[in-house]
Design a binder for this molecule. Structure first.
Ligand code: FAD
Length: 414
């Protein structure tokens, strides 16, 4: 049981009640339809009743609570039939998708990252990279999770400089064995790889030196996965070091619309806004946990929340959450109108992550000693924020993307 027990009022929220009170000061929730709020209320009940009791234990063990995976999939959150009608008739709105990530991250960053690996990273790889025929075959399976995939871009020797540094090699072969590619190289940090069906692997074609993408069967000969141990952040999320040693991939499993790193950049541009929503959700979860704690804990004969210095920290945390939420809501509205620019999602990811880092530190601070034990939700948020701060573009790399847009000068050296 967490130190700052969750009040009954937020459990199993009915659609007519507000989902977010303390953390959504300017009522961004009003942009959601009743149907969208109803789906998010279903997610809330699942998170409070089934996930929350497991989080501290699994975080400490460094394992993902696999028993949550299928029930979470069964909630039908990606393209819920009640929001989209017949499959494929219209997509769920961006604002719903944003709040879905926010709701997950507000409870736990690993759960949000796990869900986003499929709904954000892998789905975006297919949406941007697959041909129309490939999409017709794969997308329904991506949406119902019957084809689970991960995004394998980062390499042991290339993180921030992956555009120029990507060295996993792809060699096309046409012989009596058919038309296929042979992949050699390594990938690092790949989230969810151990339980995926396929790995979306980005590799450089040795013939034209352009980056291409392939769906690699996780169980294919030559694929080796090693769990990355000893993480101090996002411990529940499983990340893999992948070695590819002469792995054969049929030409039919190449993503036909990925012909250079430009196409990968289009994926990153779309995915970074999801991480900005995750950072915002973490800030909200940490703020709410801290607020609960300071109203319950007494020192000097009064609740902590009655002290001026504590109230100043609460106000800063709320300011951070409100700024981040305003940022991601506006970005999402732009993207729903078809406006995607590198610098826009980079700005949201950079700024929401900066504010998250301050918010989780303030939350940890007001919870005192209990703030560094897993009995308190803020300890988990505090530790997990560090991974989110670095993944999908570090602070510096996003700043350089913004700087390039502002000045017309690229400060990337490669
Ligand atoms: P480096 O690139 O080595 O950077 C180290 C530091 O140097 C950073 O502070 C960076 O900002 C700074 N730096 C680098 N270049 C410059 C420069 N030109 N100017 C100023 N500063 C600079 N990748 C995937 O492909 N798929 C995944 O599913 C995935 N999941 C991840 C999950 C977790 C938990 C983590 C931690 C990472 C994950 N990643 C994944 C990889 C992630 O995207 C990289 O960690 C990130 O891009 C940074 O790369 P790096 O860690 O190699 O750091």
């Amino acid at each position: 049981m967490s130190v700052e027990a969750r009040p009954e009022a937020v459990r199993g929220t009915a659609p007519q009640e507000r989902l977010y009170s303390a953390c959504d000061y300017y009522d961004a929730e009003s942009l959601l339809t009743d149907g969208e709020r109803h789906v998010l209320g279903r997610l809330r009940s699942f998170l409070d009743e089934q996930a929350q009791p497991l989080l501290a234990d699994y975080w400490e063990r460094g394992e993902f609570p696999e028993q949550l995976a299928q029930p979470l999939i069964d909630l039908d959150l990606m393209e819920p039939a009640e929001l989209t009608g017949a499959p494929g008739s219209r997509p769920a709105r961006g604002i719903y998708q944003g709040f879905r990530i926010f709701e997950l991250a507000r409870t736990d960053a690993s759960l949000a990252t796990w869900y986003t690996a499929q709904a954000g990273l892998f789905r975006t790889a297919i949406r941007v990279g697959a041909s129309a025929e490939q999409q017709a075959e794969w997308m329904p399976k991506v949406i119902d999770f019957s084809l689970k995939g991960v995004f394998s871009l980062t390499e042991p020797e290339s993180g921030s400089d992956i555009a120029g540094g990507l060295s996993t090699a792809a060699r096309r072969v046409r012989d009596s064995g058919g038309d296929y590619w042979v992949l050699d190289g390594a990938k690092r940090w790949i989230g969810g790889a151990a339980t995926a069906d396929v790995l979306a692997v980005f590799a450089r074609d040795v013939a034209d030196h352009q980056v291409k993408a392939f769906l690699v069967d996780r169980q294919a000969e030559g694929v080796t996965l090693e769990k990355i141990h000893g993480k101090t952040s996002l411990r529940m999320m499983q990340n893999a070091h992948i070695t590819l040693d002469g792995v054969r991939v049929p030409e039919a499993m190449r993503l036909h619309n990925v012909n250079s790193f430009r196409d990968v950049a289009a994926m990153l541009r779309a995915m970074r806004s999801d991480v900005a929503w995750i950072a915002t959700g973490i800030s909200a979860g940490a703020f709410e946990a801290a607020l609960r704690y300071v109203t319950q804990r007494q020192q000097f004969g009064r609740p902590l929340g009655s002290f001026q210095l504590v109230q100043e920290k609460l106000a800063r945390m709320l300011g951070n959450v409100t700024s981040s939420l305003s940022l991601v809501v506006r970005l999402t509205e732009q993207q729903d109108r078809g406006i995607y620019r590198d610098q826009d999602s980079a700005l949201a990811k950079m700024q929401a992550s900066l504010l998250m880092r301050e918010t989780v530190a303030l939350a940890r601070e007001v919870v005192g000693g209990n703030g560094i034990t897993l009995a308190s939700d803020v300890a988990r948020f505090h530790a997990d924020a560090e991974a989110v701060y670095s993944y999908e573009g570090t602070h510096e790399i996003n700043a350089l993307i913004i700087g390039r847009a502002l000045t017309g000068e690229s400060a990337f050296t490669r």
